[in-house]
Design a protein around this ligand. Structure first.
Ligand SMILES: Cc1cc2nc3c(=O)[nH]c(=O)nc-3n(C[C@H](O)[C@H](O)[C@H](O)COP(=O)(O)OP(=O)(O)OC[C@H]3O[C@@H](n4cnc5c(N)ncnc54)[C@H](O)[C@@H]3O)c2cc1C
Length: 387
């Protein structure tokens, strides 16, 4: 089997398949990144379900990530909040904020120690040809034949293009502004999601008195924030977020990503399958991209067994994963779109206001019901003044 792309999705996939008895060639174009430190760490929020899946396969190191014990969702210019706690749901944490490079390094060590995985890095993989039962790849100067090709090569997947899989694309009029902030008060392991008139602002807990900010801001707001000095930037975020974390004192390296929805028209063709951002790239408003990708990765590895044909496994995989994928795409898209429409709609339905936390929970039905009960009364004003 060949896996193209050793991001988190591709690396986890390789480890699962190797442990299930397959020989895997894992190809990665880039040298491993050096581990980010201090306020420059880049991170993702992984749900308690993702942790459980990884933990069950020994893929979660004991000290990984900062636990999220509560989620507070608020709307700027509006009283009240929606709160969800780990205790309400009888779990040890709702999710974990994990440093990307730290997790990638950990997975890389496991990959290198796994005899059934041949890691080729740095090298670029290119598709030569494909039949119903095999693929031929050019990897560096070598030609490799495989019975399954897994493309985990990111949002603009060159393999997806070579396979002729079309995508539907939609650009949001938004950018994700990402930075870590040092704050005066302890976050008490609370993840804050605040809907502002320029887009949703998430502050996720990190070690010590630090938070990871993901602000999905309109193009107009992004332009204004981009040109600011660190001090001006901190004041602007403080103004949007308020004083729950005391004074926002410092900011690390800032990064800005254009936001778009990219969905491949099919995830499987012949003996090839797309995984992670290659299959779909979604808005980060609910922190679901990697969580959704991991659920695909685990399902795919449970369908692929040495006794079964690849075609049968891929067909079953597609059927089993469709509902979850469609639901997450629909919910995140709806949530993202609500905040680019001006003026804001008269009333944001309750289900929408609580979506980020709900999605963090990966749609576990009993949890959703209890959360629904605690969320009563949250409404958006007709045209928020931004107060
Ligand atoms: C601002 C922001 C915040 C986010 N927050 C969250 C969050 O809180 N929770 C969450 O679950 N998700 C979150 N996401 C989404 C998450 O980051 C992605 O879903 C995830 O990183 C996708 O991983 P991947 O392995 O599919 O792709 P990538 O990480 O892009 O990896 C693809 C790899 O393929 C390699 N590659 C590409 N082409 C080739 C080739 N031809 N040959 C060899 N190698 C190749 C690349 O070098 C790269 O290493 C967020 C996204 C953004 C933008």
């Amino acid at each position: 089997m060949v896996i193209v792309g050793a991001g988190i999705a591709g690396s986890v996939q390789a480890l699962l398949l190797a442990r299930a008895g397959f020989n895997v060639t894992l190809v990665e174009a880039q040298e491993p990144a050096s581990v980010d430190e201090g306020l420059n760490v880049r991170s993702v929020a992984l749900s308690c379900r993702s942790r459980q899946l990884l933990d069950n396969h020994g893929l979660w190191p004991t000290d990984l990530g900062c636990p999220i014990n509560e989620v507070h969702t608020t709307i700027r210019g509006q009283f009240g909040s929606v709160r969800l706690t780990a205790r309400d749901l009888d779990v040890s944490a709702l999710g974990y904020v994990v440093a990307n490079t730290e997790f990638e390094r950990y997975l890389l060590k496991l990959v290198e120690a796994e005899r059934a995985i041949e890691l080729i890095c740095p090298a670029t993989a290119r598709l030569i040809c494909t039949t119903a039962n095999s693929v031929q790849m050019q990897i560096g100067s070598e030609t490799v034949e495989a019975s399954l090709l897994i493309a985990a090569d990111g949002s603009h997947s060159p393999i997806r293009e070579s396979l002729g899989i079309e995508v539907s694309k939609k650009a949001y009029d938004q950018f994700a502004i990402v930075a870590n902030l040092g704050c005066q008060r302890d976050h008490r392991n609370i993840a804050f999601e605040r809907f502002t008139e320029c887009g949703p602002l998430a502050l996720l807990p990190l070690a010590e008195k630090r938070v990871a900010m993901v602000y999905s801001a309109t193009t107009e707001a992004t332009k204004k924030l981009r040109g600011l000095s660190d001090d001006q930037f901190l004041r602007a975020v403080q103004e949007l977020f308020g004083g729950k974390l005391g004074r926002l004192k410092s900011v690390g390296r800032r990064a800005v990503f254009p936001l778009e929805l990219i969905v491949s028209r099919s995830q499987v063709t012949g003996c090839s399958v797309l995984i992670g951002n290659a299959a779909r790239t979604i808005h980060p408003v609910a922190g679901q991209g990697l969580n959704l990708a991991l659920r695909d990765v685990f399902e795919l590895s449970s369908q692929l067994t040495p006794e079964r044909s690849v075609a049968a496994a891929l067909e079953e995989f597609s059927i089993r994963r469709r509902a979850d994928q469609q639901q997450v795409i629909r919910q995140t898209n709806r949530l993202a779109e609500t905040f680019v429409r001006k003026p804001w709609p008269l009333e944001i339905p309750l289900s929408l206001a609580k979506s980020p936390s709900m999605l963090l929970l990966d749609n576990i039905a009993p949890m959703r019901n209890r959360f629904g009960a605690s969320a009563a009364g949250l409404r958006l004003p007709a045209n928020p003044s931004g107060a």
